[in-house]
Design a protein around this ligand. Sequence first.
Ligand SMILES: NC(=O)C1=CN([C@@H]2O[C@H](COP(=O)(O)OP(=O)(O)OC[C@H]3O[C@@H](n4cnc5c(N)ncnc54)[C@H](OP(=O)(O)O)[C@@H]3O)[C@@H](O)[C@H]2O)C=CC1
Ligand SMILES: CC(=O)N[C@@H](CCC(=O)OP(=O)(O)O)C(=O)O
Length: 347
Amino acid sequence: MSAKTDVAILGASGYTGAELVRMLLGHPNVRIAALTADRKAGTTMADAFPQFYGVDLPRLVTIAEVDWSGIDAVFCALPHATTQAVLKGLPERIKIVDLSADFRLSDPAAYEYWYGAPHQAVELQKEAVYGITEFARDRVAKARLVANPGCYTTCSQLPVIPLLEAKAVDPDEIVVDAKSGVTGAGRSLKESNLFTEVSEGFHAYGVGHHRHMAELEEGFSRAAGRPVIPSFTPHLVPMNRGMLATVYLKPVGDHTPQSLHEILATRFAGEPFVHVLPFGTVPQTRHVRGTNRAHISVFADRRPGRAIVMCVIDNLVKGASGQAIQNLNVMMGWPETTALEAVGFFP
Ligand SMILES: NC(=O)C1=CN([C@@H]2O[C@H](COP(=O)(O)OP(=O)(O)OC[C@H]3O[C@@H](n4cnc5c(N)ncnc54)[C@H](OP(=O)(O)O)[C@@H]3O)[C@@H](O)[C@H]2O)C=CC1
Ligand SMILES: CC(=O)N[C@@H](CCC(=O)OP(=O)(O)O)C(=O)O
């Protein structure tokens, strides 16, 4: 029996799993009690990620081999669609933060439409709390299962939700142009992620129909109080980590780019991880690399009556594992910033 909270990480041999291990090693309340893998089960974290040589960690096992009796909380960093069957079998006392997309959509029909198969754990889907922590603290604090948001959707919703809630922008005029580092695609082998396919150039993908549209539509609609369908185009850029969302907006009523900036600065004042930069400052992914921080900026567009907002995050941290730890901290009643205080390592 440990005085610390015993945590299992499912999918520890993947990129977000390894990031969870790295960050949780600095968490004073957590003991890493179990780590799982699929193809790499039977090996060690150091075999999967040599940065862990010399660090005392459990071996990588299959999910079937985990002894759940002592586990208090689980981070599930499995590919989407593999998560539902695993999580519905867990004892009810275990708190869960799921990094996959499996529990992010509240409507089973929407899940089936976007993911091509019926949801296998509809009761859990109803119970799940969608956790962009800054917008859902109270619900996250009471949740047993938190659906950790995706990286694109965290980066796009953080700067837009407060503006929709304030009715300061036209919900029918939202264009999200987003760029991701290649770790966003995970570590599994795919031809499209080979060095030759992603280096020395960049490209859009999922144009006009990407599964993250569903998550964005749900989040924006909730904030606007009516259905919203934004334009969204993701791009893959030749860097390991980092994400930039550029969002084109139409202020309404008396609102101006400057007043949008004031709304965001007021909304996020005192937030430990969301920083609204001075008006017109270009945010850069390199400044949030390795951190749980988001940098947001607002600009006037030369096009009359338009504004541009930008947000940068590290897709593996605020876009995944860092926000997952932030959510567990809230669920457990620990200080929200525990193990997450780092600032970027630039240059
Ligand atoms: N990468 C990112 O920036 C973000 C990812 N996410 C989401 O987080 C989840 C994990 O992503 P990421 O870490 O990038 O993925 P990876 O592909 O890097 O890792 C996947 C992990 O799951 C294991 N795994 C794969 N298939 C199975 C299976 N059928 N049963 C059990 N375990 C399996 C793998 O084991 P092995 O290595 O042994 O094959 C590995 O540990 C995904 O749902 C992703 O959409 C969310 C936000 C951002
Ligand atoms: C670069 C890249 O391929 N990115 C992935 C999204 C990564 C991610 O965050 O996935 P979830 O939000 O669904 O968990 C994609 O576009 O499907």
